[in-house]
Design a protein around this ligand. Structure first.
Ligand code: PHE
Ligand code: FE
Length: 289
């Protein structure tokens, strides 16, 4: 997602909806090798950390170890399971374009893959983040509905001028969400499952707060795009997330948020359900730098 209110023309070679051909045949051996390295690292780490829906989706889609997946093949299975498809885009797309894709069950994924020297950290989402991170969850019928509803909600938020609040919901669920299960906390957020270091940090590190998900609370909480999160929000189940967001009319909420102040990123509020009271040691020590 990208905050931008004005119309942007798609780059040369892209269609009006910003999609491009994936051009699967054109990936080099070195690029396939980057995928394989990342894929093997993550799949070794994620059992017992990622939620069942993610692991099941990963299995079902067979995002094979042999290299970058061909969207045409992924889409055969994905569309059969939930009616979603993955479409290739050159990079970040304008908000209205992004929401229109989601509202129509199309997930825009970056076509390019990171360089071998930037396996761990990159600014713009690449194909590994977008496909490995996001697409397995789209095989889950409940999450699939949530993402589509989010797309429609995004179109609505744009109209109200409250996208910054809705973007926080995306961030703390779709990108960095945790889930409570009988076996303990599990990851469903794409930003976590696609990151070797954050897959461990998000669950194991004593630094971040881990708090119960509350819609309005989340929408008042800023987030970090440059480092590990200082707070993660835990949903009881994907169904709860879907029910709460679909059944709540966000219009009065946006109106309230006009005057409500932001909650400092590392704060714990009296009403919060606390899974972890974080030490914030990592952030206080300066984080990544
Ligand atoms: N119910 C929200 C609204 O009224 C739409 C929405 C649904 C937003 C699901 C996000 C996720 O705008
Ligand atoms: Fe993402």
């Amino acid at each position: 997602m990208k905050a931008d209110a004005t119309f942007q023309a798609p780059p040369p070679g892209a269609r009006p909806d910003w999609t491009i051909d994936q051009g699967w045949e054109a990936y080099s051996d070195a690029e396939h090798q980057v995928w394989i390295t990342l894929y093997e690292r993550q799949t070794a780490l994620l059992p017992g950390r990622a939620c069942d829906a993610f692991l099941r989706g990963l299995d079902a889609l067979d995002l094979h170890r042999t290299g970058i997946p061909d969207f045409a093949r992924v889409n055969e299975e994905l569309s059969r399971l939930t009616g979603w498809s993955v479409v290739a885009v050159p990079g970040l797309v304008p908000d209205d374009v992004f929401f229109d894709h989601l509202a129509n069950r199309r997930f825009p994924a970056g076509q390019f893959i990171r360089k071998p020297q930037e396996l761990d950290y990159l600014q713009e989402p690449d194909i590994f983040h977008d496909v490995f991170g996001h697409v397995p969850m789209l095989t889950d019928p409940v999450f699939a509905d949530y993402m589509q509803a989010y797309g429609k909600g995004g179109q609505r938020a744009l109209g109200f001028g409250h996208l910054h609040n809705l973007a926080r919901l995306y961030w703390y669920t779709v990108e960095f969400g945790l889930m409570e299960t009988a076996a303990g906390l599990r990851i469903y957020g794409a930003g976590i499952v696609s990151s070797y270091s954050e897959s461990r940090f998000a669950l194991d590190d004593p630094s971040p707060n881990r708090l119960g998900f509350d819609l309005e609370r989340v929408m008042r909480t800023p987030y970090r795009i440059d480092d590990f999160q200082q707070v993660y929000f835990v949903v009881p189940a994907l169904q709860t997330l879907l029910d709460v967001t679909v059944e709540t009319d966000f219009a009065p909420l946006y109106a309230r948020l006009e005057t409500a102040s932001d909650i400092p990123i590392a704060a714990i509020e009296p009403a919060d359900r606390v899974f972890t009271r974080g030490t914030q040691a990592y952030a206080n020590a300066g984080g990544r730098t």
